[in-house]
Structures are given as structure tokens and as C-alpha cells.
Write a protein that binds this ligand. Structure first.
Ligand SMILES: Nc1ncnc2c1ncn2[C@@H]1O[C@H](COP(=O)(O)OP(=O)(O)O)[C@@H](O)[C@H]1O
Ligand SMILES: [Mg+2]
Length: 257
């Protein structure tokens, strides 16, 4: 750990159920996540990615090892609202307008009406959906709904965004476009992003570093630095380095051959 470390994951294991007959989902996972970085976690289905992300957000407790978020336990970090969370499906409330969906977390903590409305407009600008403020979720595409879910997760102004396969249910083209939008949000909101995916291309396109996990019980197999230019050029596929990095991640996942 050094002074760049924002999240420290130290020998974290997670066992579901009893030691015999239960499931060892993660075994001694250690990883330091740096302030401001875009870090992806990639690994096969069932390797414990969601489990790890939930422990960072204090939705689950480790069975062994420990986690520090900005030097705090996950429970203290949750109270300080350090993390916003985005899941695979947007889970918006159908009967609330887009603006009021984004305001919801602020309503729960009792923020005054004027402040809520102001913040919702800021966030609508950030995700470039201001003209949809008064619309309802069913009037938006799933991709747009996921942008709203991202805005809602940012309502508290968290310094960390935890994202669990947020574009996993979308077609490839929408997914790429949303990835670009997310990089834009990341740069403008200055958050640290922990992004779970099982797409190798998505991980390389978006990230500063890619943490590759082994099959269950999950471990961090390798952490690959993505030394591609920022902002990422539109013609990323013309860079030989992009393809080398894809190969490196695939090799670490043992997808080659
Ligand atoms: N609540 C639970 N009880 C028992 N086993 C679980 C529970 N949640 C997840 N698991 C198991 O733990 C392993 C890791 O799950 P998960 O973190 O969801 O993996 P991933 O997100 O990488 O697909 C899987 O084998 C899964 O079946
Ligand atoms: Mg998962």
C-alpha cells in the first residue's frame, strides 16, 4: 500500500455457508486500488466478482482478511457515502420521472427540495439527458436508463463508483457507446471506478488497469497496466498495442489456444 491507494483489499476470502458443503467464492484476494483510476475486474462467471464488489460496498462481509476504503472499514465508508453502486439492470422506479429517480437517494437522506432539484439537473447534464428530466423510465431505451442509474449512483457525490457488469445486458454497439459516455462521466466527475465485466475488449478499452481473476475460488491472477493514450482515441483498433493488450488479458484468462 502507498499514498495513492484509495481501496485496500488484503487477503480477503469469502465462504458462503459452512466450511464443509459451502462454497468458497474467493480465496485470499489482495489488491490496491488507486485514487482516480479506472480499474476493471474481469473473470469467468462464478469467480466471485459480484461477491468482491459487494464487500467493497459493505453489502457483504469478508470471511477472512480485510478491506479499507479511504482508510475506513467498509461499514464506516458506507456511512460516509464514499461509494455509489450501479448494478447490471437499471432498477429505476417506473412511477417516478427521470429527475425524481435521480433525486431519490437525496430524498432518503432528507436533502432540501431545492438542493435535490439542482443536483438532479447537474447530473442530467453530466449524462447528457437533461431534456428527459420529466420523462418516465419506460420512455427511455435501456441504455439511457442505465445512464440514469449512473447519475443516481452519483447523487451523493461519492468518490468511488462500483459497477457490476452495468452494460452486460446490452448489445455490442450500445455497450461501446455507453463505455465512451462512462469515460466522459469518469473524467468530469473525477471518481474512481471499479468496473466488473466479462468482456475483454470493454476492460481494455476503458481501464487504466485490468485485474484478471481465476475461476472459483477466485484469486487475482494478474493485474495488467493498460498503457493506451488518454483520452482513448476513437480508432483504438488501429493501435497494435490494443491488440497486444487484448492478447495479454486473454492469456491471463487462459482463453488462448
Ligand atoms: N448467497 C450465496 N450463497 C451461496 N453461494 C453463493 C451466494 N452468492 C454467490 N454464491 C456463489 O459464489 C460464487 C461466486 O459468485 P459471484 O460473486 O456472483 O460470481 P460472479 O459475479 O463472478 O459471477 C458462485 O459460485 C456463486 O454460486
Ligand atoms: Mg456477477
Amino acid at each position: 500500500m502507498n499514498n495513492q491507494t484509495l481501496i485496500q483489499i488484503e487477503a480477503v476470502s469469502k465462504q458462503y455457508g459452512p466450511a464443509r458443503g459451502g462454497v468458497l467464492a474467493l480465496r485470499e484476494v489482495s489488491l490496491d486500488i488507486r485514487a482516480g483510476e479506472f480499474l476493471s475486474i474481469i473473470g469467468p462467471s462464478g469467480c466471485g466478482k459480484t461477491t468482491l464488489l459487494k464487500m467493497l460496498g459493505d453489502l457483504l462481509k469478508p470471511s477472512a482478511g480485510y478491506i479499507r476504503v479511504k482508510g475506513k472499514t467498509p461499514a464506516d465508508s458506507r456511512r460516509a457515502r464514499d461509494c455509489g453502486i450501479v448494478f447490471q439492470t437499471p432498477t429505476l422506479m417506473e412511477w417516478r420521472s427521470i429527475a425524481r429517480n435521480i433525486e431519490l437517494p437525496l430524498e432518503i437522506v432528507g436533502a432540501p427540495r431545492g438542493e435535490r432539484a439542482r443536483r438532479a439537473l447537474e447530473l442530467l447534464d453530466l449524462i447528457r439527458l437533461r431534456e428527459f428530466a420529466a420523462r418516465y423510465p419506460h420512455e427511455l431505451s435501456v441504455g439511457m436508463q442505465q445512464r440514469v442509474a449512473i447519475a443516481r449512483a452519483l447523487a451523493y457525490q461519492p468518490s468511488i463508483l462500483l459497477m457490476d457488469e452495468p452494460f452486460g445486458s446490452l448489445d455490442e454497439m450500445t455497450r461501446e457507446r455507453l463505455g465512451q459516455d462512462l469515460l466522459d462521466v469518469w473524467q468530469r466527475a473525477r471518481v474512481t471506478i471499479v468496473f466488473v465485466t466479462h468482456s475483454v475488449g470493454e476492460a481494455v478499452r476503458l481501464s487504466d488497469r485490468v485485474a484478471v481473476m481465476s475461476p472459483r475460488p477466485g484469486r487475482i491472477e494478474r493485474v495488467i497496466e493498460v498503457d493506451l493514450p488518454r483520452p482513448r482515441p476513437a480508432e483504438l483498433r488501429e493501435l497494435p498495442r490494443y491488440w497486444e493488450l487484448l492478447r495479454e488479458v486473454r492469456a491471463a484468462l487462459r482463453l488462448n489456444g
